[in-house]
Design a protein around this ligand. Sequence first.
Ligand code: UT7
Length: 320
Amino acid sequence: MTSRIIGTGSYVPARVVTNDELAQIVDTSDEWISGRTGIHKRRIAVEESTGYMAAEAARRALENAGITAEELELILVGTTTGEHCFPSVACEVQGEIGAVNAVAYDISAACSGFLFAMDTLQAFIRAGVYKTGLVIGADCLSKLIDWEDRGTCVLFGDGAGAAVMRAEDFGLIHTVMGSDGERGNVLSCVARTNGSFVDKRTPQLGYVYMDGQEVFKFAVKKVPECIRQVLDESGTDIEQIKYFVLHQANYRIVEAVAKRLKQPMDKFPMNMERYGNTSAATVPILLDEMNREGKLEPGDRIVLSGFGAGLTWGAALLEW
Ligand code: UT7
């Protein structure tokens, strides 16, 4: 018994912010941003919270799967940008969509959050604990960005993607996940926990900090490594893979991964030019677009892979 994705959904805010618009607030240019990252524009939340976007993506995924919210037994949200420390975004979603029979909680693995959530749901389904669940990747990094830091503010966008998974005989074939807490300092954001009774210090929120080159080097090494691992451990020939659905951070990272895997670029769909890096939402938003465009057919083998703060990374091999 394994789990299969039976429906997908996504949501992005309506507000479009172009590179030219960013060039009016920081010392940057469309040429630099699109040339170095592949990003041309992104969607930025105005009224929307992470929970709102996640619930919208969830509704669309349920509709696509043709099931009701009451059928869900578990809701996992990969996110690091909930409006509240508590309750969790997953509980917000549960309340919004009326998934009265579901257990709901968040998973914190930054941009790898959707993959980590999927792996967790898969473990519950394999163990026979649950049969039907919802995994969501949702983030609103625009609220954690220093809009004066050109090194980070040009990279991110907001959005959410969701997948309904159900116990079936085929679907998810194998997953691998990894973490390296010793290198957590290269991509971080201070949380509202640095207050102090002794120093009478009030907690303050921090901004996203990133050593871009270190993250770049980590990504181009780890992503191909974990993709090879997921294929080797499942005895799968790489030529059988129709698509590699990767975290959408930078087209140069995707190109480097393709080169290392010796695979053609047409197996690597991308949408970062429209949405930027939506953190935990990149993989499920792209998957949802591919699903709705009819690019995925029964029997197709695809690999999902992501990386992010933690450091964290992972890959999932599945049959559609
Ligand atoms: O979800 C995971 C999140 N993060 C990532 O995946 C990020 C991985 N890293 C990257 O994608 C790239 O490292 C960046 C896109 C962040 C940066 O590209 P880079 O080619 O590594 O540029 P760099 O950091 O080496 O900077 C090159 C130059 C510097 O100027 P000098 O020192 O050469 O004069 C930067 O100050 O570009 C400058 N720069 C900018 N210029 C215009 C940095 N940001 C900007 C900007 N506009 N927005």
